[in-house]
Design a binder for this molecule. Sequence first.
Ligand code: FUB
Ligand code: ZN
Length: 685
Amino acid sequence: MNKQVFSSPVDLKKVTVTDPFWQREMELVRKEVIPYQWDALNDRVPGAEPSWCMRNFRVAGRMMAEQRQKGAAYVPPTYTYRGFQALPEDPAHPEEDKFYGFLFQDTDFSKWIEAVGYSLTQHPDAALEQIADEAIDVVCAAQNPDGYLDTYYIINGMDAAFTNLRDHHELYCLGHLVEGAVAYYQATGKDKLLRAACRFADYIDSRFGPEEGKCKGYPGHEIAEMALIRLYEVTGEEKYLRLSKFFVDQRGQEPNYFTEEDRIRAEKEGRKWQRPATGSAYHQADKPVREQDEAVGHAVRAVYLYSGMADVARMTQDDSLLAACDRLWDNIVSKKLYVTGGIGGTHHGEAFSYAYDLPNDTAYSETCAAIGLAFFARRMLQIKPDSKYADVMELALYNTVLAGMALDGKSFFYVNPLAVVPDACRRDQRLWHVKPTRQKWFGCACCPPNIARIVSSIASYAYTENEDTLFTHLYMGGTVEKDFGGKKLTMEIKARMPWHGHVYVTLRCDAPVNGTLAFRIPNWAQDAVITCGEKHPLYQDGYAYLAGEWHDGDMITLHLPMQVRMLAANPAVRADVDKVAFRRGPVTFCAEQADNGADLHLLRVDTRYIGDRGEGIEWEFDETTFGHETVKLHVPAKRLLPQESSDLYTLWQPPKEEPAKLHLIPYYAWANRGEGEMLVWLRRK
Ligand code: FUB
Ligand code: ZN
């Protein structure tokens, strides 16, 4: 491992994002998603499933106040299990002192406050900050005196805390709380929530660890691993790094913690115990992490774990852990990644399927999983600046992550299929997880707030830095400041990604500055050209390094050609044999009924007229269809004509086809013009 090249995301306060594409997305989060989410957290969205989140914090806060008042006389509740998702018997009259919602409902707040933090960094807003401060007061009032903070157990009975680490998300709640608290602290300098998060982490640290008498368990849903590293980075407290490393190292060791925990619970509950047939693979705990080489189980959990592993590998310079990360990365990218940057082939367990099983219509491809893949990619980039990570990060971001949110920011996809026939989604139980239109909100609202937090912090995926290098991984218009040995250099970037491949960088500094600027050459940009006066770049692992002395007004120009590319999948992907998909730059395209009529399956791409560099495909910039600039493709095709007889089966005859054009739009923009069919992989002639 070469520590010299390690890097960290730039401080969001040192960045501005002004390019039309990302600014539009960030403004949607700021103006639509954050306020809407706040209403959702407070159960004020008519017709939407209540979140119960802030209500649970208030109930727990009342219990804490009662505890303080009664002192030793306070009798805490004895634990009652009320289901993975507790709902009131009469929705109009929830009981005063009960916990409702999914048992990880607290994280709705944590993700909201995290997005608020990032948004405030770019766009100060006193009114929003006041709402956030008041929300933080409510949350902090719910914290146990010992630091514990998960309202599910505080309300339902603390005696059962940590008895079901596998399913009950306590450490997941810790992780999200930490992420939210750090973001809010970094944005505002206010540390009330950060202190609460530290107290919760300290309490967990006092209960978990290698020392005798401490619990040897680890998160059933990962995220604490990477969150604790963030807490370590912001506080400098080594104990958080040690705890994160403990969770990573402990995972999958024998005797298997989750299996034992389940056996003990069964004994207590008087239930007959059977070893789970699937082992602990769903939770990535079937083997110690350093022995894992296949991405398995719940996809969000998996990529959150791998992100934490990458963080620990970097912090402790652990080569064996990094090697495991690399194996898992390669496994995902070479066998389990959708052409849209999504992951998770099956809705059973919201999980990775086996190698090359990437069905299009029954795909799960959860929005959160694509977000987690971007987390993993950014962390690998922090260890090794290799464009192979950034290429996948970019693919996930521009396609599945953005598809998760409607173009007006008011509705969301949880599942991101690559083939949709709306009627089939209603009639066929195998497709019930697939929605042909975005939903207002979800009882299990993991995805929308996750989109809010990644979009509003997009600059921390675009730029990372170390002492002497500023890395640009994604191109977006705006500015970024870098301190090189006490001297400030600002890059002013003009870019119009993902539609235009020209990037213009102007450097600003008061006095000459020495340092290295590294620019990613995307895998889609064949024959990229970089010009920078007399300086010549050195190329390594997909980055162009420009080093030396910089002066005010120096310019760097990147030309990243964006041909339309017609892609085929490895023939081992049964679902995509004899089909093609289209990309231009980092954007994957799809066909929608709105442009092509119904029965998309009758259209075939006529590949005879398409060249290696996309010759034969017409494309145009289009500002009208979606109200912002996009690109449309027009692909030569044939349409199968209806059969004359109504028989189900007839003797085969050469198909009767008429010439047609397939009109394609960016995948992220699908389902914004009403309900209709959609296809990413198209049959080919
Ligand atoms: O379990 C918490 C979140 O809910 C997961 O990350 C999502 O996949 C959804 O199951
Ligand atoms: Zn989700």
